[in-house]
Design a protein around this ligand. Structure first.
Ligand code: SF4
Ligand code: SF4
Ligand code: SF4
Ligand code: SF4
Length: 292
């Protein structure tokens, strides 16, 4: 990007018309940057910066940023914004424009998607591995406290129903469709978390990857027509595992460290694989776009 910024008012107006992301309401508080899981782990995707650039109308620069391809589409940035700005919608629009202008091929976009799915599968595998190690550490204590699977945690569902509304679930699956981490059920499926908790399997679910790989993005809860708060179910399962001592500090520390490495690996892989594919030689003054 040039050192000197040249605001493009027509492009700003065009972005505002093309995507209803309310970017003009942004007051750069930074909540989106703090909550974005990619940015938190890698410091490489700042939704606030993208919104700010869009407000300056820097469209040609924005669609050439590799950053926009790191986004998971989780919409956490949009959910936390106090001004109803939708950075996630802006990023989706920028990607579409990059494809439309031929800067990026659909095949590369598909490859990026596979890298994202791979990240979540790796995250789930790490959780499984660490939970197995934790179970081995805790085995002597567990043996001294025999229990019937599921039964002792049944009140968990009743206790949390007031906050989560899980008893309203009718298994429509919309939460699964909305979840950005639901690449398959062995990784995370909010429907399974909700239904399983209702059936009294909270303990088993707490010791599965789902609650741990959940991004707390709230997309499942927003998608639920019966207002079941799937993200709170995932959070409660995680907290219950901690409170009941099913996971220990060693697990939490190792999980945090390994997660950081995986997110960095994902960001590196996306940028390394996709940057050479980006047609960055296109003259920004001669874009083929038909912007009104
Ligand atoms: S959270 Fe909203 S207002 Fe705050 S920086 Fe992000 S887009 Fe702007
Ligand atoms: S949609 Fe998710 S990954 Fe993308 S910028 Fe927003 S918070 Fe970050
Ligand atoms: S969207 Fe709501 S009602 Fe449908 S399966 Fe998910 S939690 Fe249940
Ligand atoms: S379970 Fe819900 S809060 Fe968790 S990642 Fe999926 S959609 Fe987001």
């Amino acid at each position: 990007m040039d050192a000197v910024i040249h605001p493009q008012a027509p492009d700003r107006r065009w972005i505002n018309r093309a995507v209803k992301a309310e970017i003009n309401l942004c007051f750069t508080c930074g909540s989106c940057a703090v909550e974005c899981p990619v940015n938190r782990a890698t410091n490489r995707l700042d939704p606030r910066r993208l919104v700010w650039m869009a407000n300056l109308g820097l469209m040609d620069e924005l669609i050439r940023l590799p950053d926009i391809w790191l986004c998971l589409g989780c919409r956490k940035c949009s959910h936390v914004c106090p001004m109803t700005v939708k950075p996630a919608a802006l990023i989706a629009f920028l990607r579409w424009e990059a494809l439309r202008e031929g800067l990026f091929s659909p095949e590369l976009a598909e490859e990026r998607r596979r890298l994202q799915d791979h990240l979540h599968r790796q995250r789930a595998a790490v959780v499984r591995e660490l939970l197995a190690e934790t179970a081995q550490r805790r085995a002597p204590q567990e043996l001294s406290q025999p229990r019937t699977p599921g039964a002792s945690w049944k009140p968990f569902a009743v206790f949390h129903d007031h906050e989560t509304g899980i008893s309203s679930c009718f298994a429509c699956g919309e939460c699964s469709n909305a979840c950005p981490v639901c690449v398959d059920r062995s990784v995370l499926d909010p429907l399974v978390l909700v239904r399983g908790t209702l059936l009294g399997y909270a303990r088993e679910l707490s010791l599965s990857p789902g609650p741990w790989v959940c991004l707390q993005c709230r997309s499942c809860s927003s998608a639920c027509s019966h207002r079941v708060q799937g993200h709170l179910v995932a959070l409660a399962l995680r907290e219950a595992a901690q409170k009941t001592g099913m996971v220990d500090d060693a697990f939490l520390q190792a999980w945090k460290d390994k997660e950081r490495d995986l997110w960095h690996g994902y960001a590196e892989a996306v940028v390394q694989r996709l940057e050479p594919g980006l047609n960055l030689t296109t003259n920004t003054q001669q874009t083929v776009t038909t912007r009104p």
